[in-house]
Design a protein around this ligand. Structure first.
Ligand SMILES: [Zn+2]
Length: 266
């Protein structure tokens, strides 16, 4: 989650009461201040520092190298961010049902915290959180939580197939809500649809035009037209979210066959 200046902390605090299947950062928002006091302690020695991150403590070199590799894949995939200020990545115990979070202060990423072991987080939560951090710098702006979580979920390469299965079963169960109820909502829903539908819609948009095209769409949405209908029309030919939804639901019903998805660039 990244909309630090857009959203009140109270929105995140409400999350602490539900039990997420795929816990994320929101619930720990209220705890950010205490955690960052440790992270920003200048007397603490960092044992791994790169242009992207700083990591201290056990396995710092291994964690730091993986963070760098993840961020470099994101750069390769979406393009280079205009600015970047390195931030601490902290693996720690606790977290309860929360897997990790990314927090922001002003125009900077304050820290990424992961409550899982390195082996569990790799290809999952670590990639997810670093994707939030990446887009925060890539767009130099806040952006819609539904698309933001969808993009972060999409980086969890070890979970993509499982996520697609979850999406399909939720579709079959009639769990979905209209995406115009999720886009612009900018707060978490108790049943994680912002993650599952967000993942699938982003997966579909990336299937239709590739990662860089999707990033350009986000840029247009965030810094260009700032209008979802104009951005959808310009990049994907949809008049609005309803038209996108109709096409996306066909894709879900058809088994999320990315190879069969019409490429918008052809
Ligand atoms: Zn997230």
């Amino acid at each position: 989650m990244k909309n630090a200046s857009l959203l009140a902390g109270a929105i995140f605090a409400t999350l602490a009461t539900f039990e997420p299947v795929r816990a994320d950062e929101g619930a720990r928002w209220a705890a950010c201040d205490a955690a960052s006091a440790v992270a920003n302690d200048e007397t603490k020695t960092e044992s791994y520092v790169s242009q992207w991150v700083k990591v201290s403590g056990a396995n710092a070199d291994k964690i730091g190298a993986e963070c760098d590799a993840i961020i470099e894949r994101l750069v390769e995939r979406y393009g280079a961010p205009r600015t970047w200020t390195r931030f601490p990545v902290i693996f720690t115990g606790g977290g309860g049902s929360v897997a990790g979070y990314t927090s922001y202060a002003g125009g900077f990423v304050r820290e990424v915290v992961v409550y899982q072991s390195f082996d569990v987080a790799r290809g999952g939560t670590l990639d997810h959180e670093l994707t939030h951090a990446f887009f925060f710098y890539w767009l130099d702006a806040n952006f819609d939580l539904f698309l933001n979580e969808g993009a972060a979920q999409n980086s969890e390469y070890r979970r993509r197939e499982a996520l697609r299965r979850t999406v399909y079963s939720r579709y079959r169960n009639g769990d979905f809500v209209p995406i115009d109820k999720l886009y612009g909502r900018n707060s978490y829903d108790g049943s994680l649809l912002i993650y599952h539908q967000g993942f699938s819609v982003v997966d579909f948009l990336i299937a239709r035009g590739g990662s860089k095209w999707f990033a350009a769409f986000l840029d247009d949405l965030t810094r260009g037209t700032r209008d979802i209908n104009k951005a959808l029309k310009g990049f994907y030919g949809y008049a609005d979210l309803k038209e996108l939804e109709a096409d996306w639901l066909d894709y879900v019903e058809g088994g999320q066959d990315r190879a069969a998805t019409r490429n918008v660039l052809e």
